[in-house]
Structures are given as structure tokens and as C-alpha cells.
Design a binder for this molecule. Structure first.
Ligand code: ZN
Length: 432
């Protein structure tokens, strides 16, 4: 699903999951190979390097290790050869023999195309895979919109991580209140107000151009400036409604409305920013709780079963998934009653599938038919039915509640679907 794979939240989640999986692999000896190929590197050079390593590895004393390392390099050469040139961000390979159980090992291969460009060529053979260059890419910098204004000037920009980017500036044509004589005070006042209104409309237009294309990534909009103009601008709702919702309260006082003003704004906001990081998630979870409190008429579903049903009905507007959710959606077949069922299982339950009872007949005779990461499957189903999935961090109080009380998954619905937990669905009379 292209719509799903292009979702930046899900891409980051999948990347993070993959790194966790790779970092859990342990070799019995120094026999796990990590190879980083940056963009622009000649594939023929990499092949030459690997051939040399292969020749060297024939000197390894331990027979098992030698065999495993030589296998890994051979396998690696096969993978590398498949590339004409490295992808845009380069590519990292992790190949080797993973220790499983007492005396066994199984071969593993991971190929990762990172979200940011690799900048070094690196070959390493160790008892675990080398992940440092990728780990630093897990957290993408936060993006905030910045606006400082008064009646004379506006400056807009972004705060990306810790970097302030000033991108638009405009002076207004609003005359000073201590303006020219000669005109009637009343008429002059009206003219000023008209010009100010035009200016605020223009500011809103500029904000839309700059912020709306990135509205999904924006953590929030910081709005500041000297005096009361910013409050007026905010309260009158000049901004596009999607942007208006992103404005962080309180608004911030600054002395300037130029690039210096943006820096001042960030300095003032930084003191509260850490707490603000989770503001948007908080707001959504609180909306969910308000819906849940309305009971049957509420636009909410929670827990894996009810959310699955709401997704099936296409009723999900916003899907909330805890980033602490670590489960697989597993297709199972029971060899006792022949039922085919799907269940969400933890990795631990999956490893001891022989202890999981069949939900139909209770026999412990289940075997795995298919497997998908549960979070990815939820994202896919939400996007397919026109819903908007959101990953909620467990770092906030609300996020923790989502993980603990709702099994890590809940949804805000477009319409009530009459989910009645632990009871059969209500029968509705035929229309007409
Ligand atoms: Zn069964």
C-alpha cells in the first residue's frame, strides 16, 4: 500500500522496529557482518573489498566460525552484486549466523535503506551487528511553525529541531495611529482598521502557503509579537482552521517582529516546549475520553476487538495506536477443529504457540499460517478505510493510559456503531 508506506509516522515506526530486531541478534562468535555502503560508492569497489575479506577469512582458526563467516561474505556478495549503484541514501547489510538455543544457529539477512543518507563506508565483523550510524536516525527533528507579528510587520518560519529558519517577511501598509493630520479622525480610524484587516488576511494566506503542506508533521504553531495584536489575530480566527487548532497557548510576548523576533519567540517557548511536545496527542486522547464518557452515543471504540470491528465498518476517523504495542497479527489454523482464526499475539506467545488454546475448541493445536506486525496492519486498515492513524507515545500520561487501559488501541469514530462490549450486537429493525 503506497499510502501506508508513505506515512511518515509508520515509516519511522517500521524503521525503529527493524533496528530493534537487528540489535537483538547475537552471534556465537565474531561472525556477524555489518556492511554500510554510502551513496556514490562504486559497487565494484565494494565487491573487491569483500573478495579480499573472503580470502582473509580462510585463516580463521575455529572451523565453525570460519564456515559461518565465509558463508556470510559469500551471501553478502550475492546481495551487493544485485545493486548497480547504491540507492539515494545508501544501503546497510546485516548478514550472519544467529545463535539459537543450545548449539544451533540460523542464518539471518537484513537489508536497510535508511531514512537519511549514510556518510561513511564501513565493514565490521563482530558478535553483534553494528547499528550506531542508523540509531542516530531514529528520531526525526520536531517541526514547529513560527509566526511573529504586530500591525506593522510579520515574519514566518520553522523551528526544525533546534534550528530556526526565517522564511517569509512582510511589512504592512497600515498607517501609524499617530498619522497625518488633515483627515477626520473618524475616517482615519476606519481606514486604519480596514488596512489592518487586509494585513491579517494576508498573514493568514502566507501562513497557509507555508504551513498547510506540512500540517501533518507540525507539532504546533508558536505565535508571538509585541502588544495585543497577536491575541486579536488569534481570537478573530484569521488562520485556516487546521492551523488555528495547532496554535500553542499561551501566545508569547516578543520585542521584535523580524528574524530576531523568531529567535526570541523560540527562546521564550523553549522553557515550555518540553511539556508541549505531547500537547497534540493529549488533545486527541482527551477527545477520545470525552467520547467514551458519553457511553452508547459516544464516537469511540477501544480495545483490539471493537476497533477491528469499527475498522471493518469503515467508521474510524482517527485511529490511536500506542507506540508501546508489540504484537503480531497471526493467522492460525487449528488441527483439532480445523478452524482458521486470526489473533494478536505477543512475541512470547508466538514462541510458545503450543500453549495457546484455540479460541473455537480450546485445544492447543494451533499452527501459524501468516504473520503481520499488528501496528502496521492497523495502520494499513485505517488508511484503506479513509481513517487517519496516529502513533501515540507512551511518554505522556494519556499515552500510558491508552497502552494500559485500552490494550494500546482505540479509535474516534465518524458515527456511532453501537459496539456493546461482551454482548451480541443489537438487532435493528428493517428501515421503512
Ligand atoms: Zn480448534
Amino acid at each position: 500500500m503506497s499510502a501506508v508506506s508513505s506515512d511518515p509516522q509508520l515509516a519511522r515506526y517500521s524503521f525503529q522496529r527493524k533496528l530493534q530486531e537487528i540489535s537483538a541478534v547475537r552471534g556465537r562468535a565474531t561472525e556477524l557482518i555489518s556492511l554500510y555502503v554510502p551513496p556514490g560508492k562504486q559497487i565494484s569497489d565494494v565487491m573487491g573489498y569483500l573478495r579480499n575479506e573472503y580470502a582473509q577469512s580462510s585463516n580463521i582458526k575455529s572451523r565453525t566460525t570460519r564456515k559461518n563467516v565465509m558463508w556470510a561474505i559469500e551471501s553478502l556478495m550475492g546481495r551487493v552484486r544485485a545493486y548497480k549503484e547504491p540507492p539515494a541514501h545508501g544501503v546497510a547489510f546485516f548478514v550472519g549466523s544467529k545463535a539459537v538455543g543450545a548449539d544451533k544457529s540460523e542464518t539471518v539477512t537484513f537489508i536497510v535503506e535508511p531514512p537519511e543518507p549514510l556518510n561513511t563506508y564501513l565493514y565490521r565483523c563482530d558478535s553483534s551487528f553494528f547499528l550506531e550510524p542508523l540509531l542516530s536516525m531514529v528520531h526525526e527533528p520536531d517541526l514547529w511553525g513560527l509566526v511573529v507579528l504586530d500591525r506593522a510587520e510579520v515574519t514566518l518560519g520553522f523551528l526544525r529541531g533546534k534550528r530556526v529558519e526565517a522564511l517569509r517577511n512582510r511589512q504592512s501598509l497600515v498607517p501609524s495611529k499617530h498619522g497625518r493630520g488633515g483627515q477626520s479622525a473618524h475616517r482615519f480610524e476606519r481606514m486604519i482598521e480596514h488596512a489592518a484587516h487586509e494585513f491579517f488576511v494576508k498573514v493568514a494566506e502566507m501562513s497557509g502557503e507555508l504551513f498547510l503542506p506540512k500540517v501533518g508533521q507540525l507539532k504546533g504553531i508558536l505565535l508571538g509579537g509585541p502588544g495585543a495584536t497577536k491575541e486579536f489575530f488569534y481570537k478573530e480566527g484569521f488562520l485556516h482552521y487546521e492551523l488555528q487548532q495547532k496554535v500553542v497557548l499561551p501566545l508569547f510576548d516578543t520585542g521584535y517582529t523580524d528574524e530576531h523576533g523568531l529567535k526570541e519567540l523560540v527562546e521564550k517557548a523553549t522553557r515550555t516546549l518540553h511539556g508541549l511536545e505531547v500537547t497534540e496527542e493529549k488533545r486527541i486522547v482527551q477527545r477520545l475520553l470525552a467520547e467514551i464518557r458519553k457511553a452508547e452515543t459516544g464516537l469511540a471504540a477501544y480495545g483490539p476487538r471493537d476497533v477491528a470491528r469499527a475498522l471493518e465498518l469503515g467508521a474510524v476517523e482517527i485511529l490511536l495506536v500506542s507506540d508501546g504495542l508489540r504484537r503480531q497479527l497471526v493467522g492460525l489454523r487449528c488441527s483439532s477443529c480445523q478452524a482458521s482464526v486470526s489473533q494478536t499475539l505477543s512475541d512470547e506467545e508466538l514462541e510458545h504457540l503450543d500453549a495457546v488454546p484455540c479460541p473455537q475448541c480450546g485445544a492447543t493445536a494451533l499452527s501459524e499460517v501468516s504473520r503481520e506486525d499488528y501496528v502496521e496492519s492497523l495502520f494499513r486498515r485505517a488508511v484503506d478505510s479513509g481513517g487517519q492513524p496516529r502513533l501515540v507515545s507512551t511518554e505522556s500520561e494519556e499515552g500510558e493510559m491508552l497502552a494500559r487501559a485500552f490494550g494500546g488501541v482505540a479509535a474516534i469514530l465518524r458515527y456511532p456503531v453501537g459496539l456493546t462490549p461482551a454482548a451480541p450486537p443489537k438487532l435493528k429493525g428493517a428501515p421503512g
